[in-house]
Design a protein around this ligand. Structure first.
Ligand code: PLP
Length: 389
């Protein structure tokens, strides 16, 4: 059978994840140190794991409310209010999802009509552009620059807005650059969103993992923005719970209701044992988050120092657990650098182009890797860069 005309056009049109393609090359090679996969190297803190085990022991193996367990939604609303200073009603303004991944998909599908434009800043998380396409939207990438610390500048956003613009996606701290957003920039962005009646999807999945002085500021907390923001957050990164597949969206009730309709027919609910574990995470897991954050901070400082020491230009990212060094001076492009580093020194890092064309000339290194491995990876990278001259 010819399957080419059997696959939906918008699915055939999207590329496979560049990260995945690259990491298939690494499969089965024990000698490789991977700075590739964007997930914590910590196992989920024991108390959280125990809550999941206990929920199974108690025989909690059922569906939950489509929105998520009421107790979890109450914990989320309390946590979000404490962290972001924005209040949400757990009865109808919080939706528990299968990871932030599902929340992104639901929000786009709930908000877009075919052909609506969605603006996002790039380099960005690999799922944004394909998720927009699969929701029949048109993605509009705005390049962020190293000279701006990869933050989105209001002027750049203003230039991308058209009468078709409907949604703006934000992700601070950013995967892959670790960028954070200043209050002034967020205020400028908020002003434009209000002027042009845009809805903001704010993916703040890395917000606990910040390393410099200033507090995290959510755009939802700025005047006039709560009503036009869908705040996305989850447990994968700060709580080291990637395998639990749990995230959530907070937004005004009509938006949550629309997202819930898709969720109830496509997913039904998030797994109950993950939800029980998440309650434990929010109620008693924060000391562990802080311990992990400090460990990432030490590793960030080490990696940035070592990269600079070998003559590679690298800004010090304010959040997440990635560095995004500029490798243009080496004369190699992103893919060439990553492939050669893998072949010659058995160190795997992701070419910046996996995060959109504006990642050309950069490399994403995830430093959520054992310290000893990071040290060896930096030694190997130094040898490699030294040979390039
Ligand atoms: N958003 C960003 C910016 C991410 O980096 C990731 C995972 O890497 C996700 C969302 C997906 O997270 P989850 O595991 O909650 O689906």
């Amino acid at each position: 059978m010819n399957y080419e005309d059997k696959i939906a056009r918008q699915v055939a049109a999207i590329p496979r994840s560049g990260i995945r393609d690259f990491f298939e090359l690494v499969q089965g090679r024990d000698d490789v140190i991977s700075l590739g996969v964007g997930e914590p190297d910590f196992a989920t803190p024991w108390g959280i794991r125990e809550a999941a085990i206990y929920s199974l022991e108690k025989g909690q193996t059922s569906y939950t409310s489509n929105l998520g367990l009421p107790a979890l939604r109450r914990s989320i609303a309390r946590y979000v209010e404490g962290l972001f200073g924005v209040g949400y009603d757990p009865a109808g303004e919080v939706l528990v999802t299968v990871g932030v991944s599902e929340a992104i998909d639901l929000a786009l599908r709930a908000l877009l009509n075919p052909g609506d434009e969605v603006i996002y800043h790039e380099p960005c998380y690999v799922s944004y552009s394909p998720s927009i396409t699969m929701a029949y939207g048109t993605g509009v990438a705005v390049e962020t620059k190293k000279s701006d610390g990869f933050s989105l500048k209001p002027e750049a956003l203003a230039a991308a807005i058209t009468p078709k613009s409907r949604v703006l996606m934000l992700n601070f701290p950013t995967n892959p650059t670790g960028a954070t957003a200043s209050r002034a920039d967020l205020e400028g962005i908020a002003k434009l969103c209000i002027e042009h009646d845009l809805i903001v999807l704010s993916d703040e999945i890395y917000c606990e993992l910040r390393y410099d002085e200033e507090d995290h500021l959510s755009i939802a907390s700025l005047p006039g923005m709560r009503e036009r923001t869908v705040l996305l957050h989850g447990f994968s990164k700060a709580f080291a719970m990637t395998g639990f597949r749990l995230g959530y969206a907070c937004a005004p009730q009509p938006v949550i209701e629309a997202m819930m309709k898709i969720h109830q027919y496509s997913m039904l609910c998030a797994p109950i044992m993950s939800q029980m574990a998440a309650i434990e995470a929010l109620e008693r897991g924060l000391a562990e988050v802080e311990r992990m954050r400090q460990s990432y901070q030490q590793r960030r400082d080490f990696v940035v120092r070592r990269l600079k020491g070998m003559g590679i230009d690298c800004h010090s990212p304010g959040g997440a657990f990635y560095v995004f060094p500029d490798i243009r001076k080496t004369g190699l492009d992103s893919k060439g650098f990553a492939m050669q580093l893998l072949e010659e020194e058995s160190v795997a890092a992701v070419p910046g182009t996996a995060f959109g064309p504006s990642g050309e000339g950069f490399l994403r290194c995830c430093y959520a890797t054992a310290f000893e491995d990071l040290k060896t990876a930096m030694e190997r990278m130094e040898a490699f860069v030294g040979r390039l001259g």
